[in-house]
Design a protein around this ligand. Structure first.
Ligand SMILES: NC(=O)c1ccc[n+]([C@@H]2O[C@H](COP(=O)([O-])OP(=O)(O)OC[C@H]3O[C@@H](n4cnc5c(N)ncnc54)[C@H](OP(=O)(O)O)[C@@H]3O)[C@@H](O)[C@H]2O)c1
Length: 280
């Protein structure tokens, strides 16, 4: 894979696959708009797309890829197995259905979307993931919204660790303990809702740092993420933001600016609690 057009670093995942550190998230982009907006993202320079069967817009992502003229190995595509598709057979079926909607032969990263401990099916789902990777249908396998206990159980029962854990993470929910756990296990942290769904744009501390760098608050927060080592994929349907969110690799936050943002943590979730979430 090439490193894309805006010096987006490639982060190595366990197993040798590399992921562009900044991508484009398509959650809440209406299915009928997804092909057009994802096409704009490709034209702007994004080479990593984060979708999910639950977003109901995988088909639009696939259409945009085919229209892009890019080679398959120039683009990194993540999709996810939803809660209702957990289980060994169900997960295999769900992956085939996702590949059909995407019209791809493989995805670069396949994630268990939520652990759903109440159903207790994530270990058998993971066994299906391991086989799907061996079959070449996915290049790498990971999880999302897993807590330390869920990670531990996967590794203990299958011997295979996820290469990433995609969790809610932004200045108001910094997940320091979970990030440490990831580091110890060689798991890359992916940060969902990296901009706290836009709320960081109104933060006075972030606004002050942004002004000092002649950047926007969104750019400062994305820069904070990449300096922490997180993989991010902000979502936007606004052309100017799609552009600005990619332009974060030509400035640097100082240690004291990183610490000022660290001090904004208040353990505040936007999304559901991963220990109890079953379905929307
Ligand atoms: N695994 C999971 O359970 C899970 C859950 C949630 C999200 N995700 C993934 O994470 C991706 C991103 O999360 P998200 O969409 O929830 O939230 P986000 O990226 O933090 O924020 C998106 C919101 O912020 C606005 N925005 C974008 N760029 C901005 C900027 N530079 N300045 C100010 N506002 C800006 C967008 O508005 P406009 O669109 O109007 O420009 C949109 O309302 C998703 O698309 C999805 O791929 C995963």
């Amino acid at each position: 894979m090439s490193s894309s057009t805006h010096q987006v670093p490639l982060v190595p995942l366990a197993g040798g696959v590399q992921i562009p550190q900044l991508g484009f998230g398509v959650f809440q982009i209406p299915p009928e708009d997804t092909a057009e907006i994802t096409t704009l993202a490709f034209q702007t320079g994004y080479r990593h797309i984060d979708t999910a069967s639950a977003y109901r817009n995988e088909a639009g992502v696939g259409q945009a890829f085919r229209a892009s003229g890019l080679d398959r190995d120039e683009v990194f595509v993540t999709t996810k197995c939803f809660n209702t598709d957990q289980g060994y057979e169900e997960a295999k079926h769900a992956l085939h259905a996702s590949l059909e909607r995407l019209e791809l032969d493989y995805v670069d990263l396949y994630l268990i979307h939520w652990p759903v401990p109440a159903h207790d099916r994530y270990v058998e789902t993971w066994r299906a993931f391991i086989e799907s990777q061996e079959e070449g249908l996915v290049r790498s396998i990971g999880v999302s919204n897993f807590q330390p206990a869920h990670l531990r159980r996967l590794v203990d029962e299958t011997g295979v660790a996820p290469v990433v854990n995609q969790v809610e993470l932004h200045p108001y929910l910094q997940q320091a303990g979970l990030r440490r756990e990831h580091e110890e296990r060689g798991i890359v942290t992916e940060a969902w809702s990296p901009l706290a769904q836009g709320a960081v744009a109104d933060d006075p501390v972030i606004a002050r740092i942004a002004e000092a760098h002649d950047r926007t608050p969104g750019q400062v927060v994305l820069r904070w993420h990449v300096q922490l080592g997180n993989v991010v994929f902000p979502k936007s349907v606004t052309p100017e933001r799609i552009e600005e969110n990619l332009r974060i690799f030509d400035f640097h936050l100082s240690q004291s600016e990183m610490e000022e943002i660290e001090a904004l943590d208040r353990g505040e979730r936007i999304g559901p609690d991963p220990d109890t979430f079953v379905r929307p």
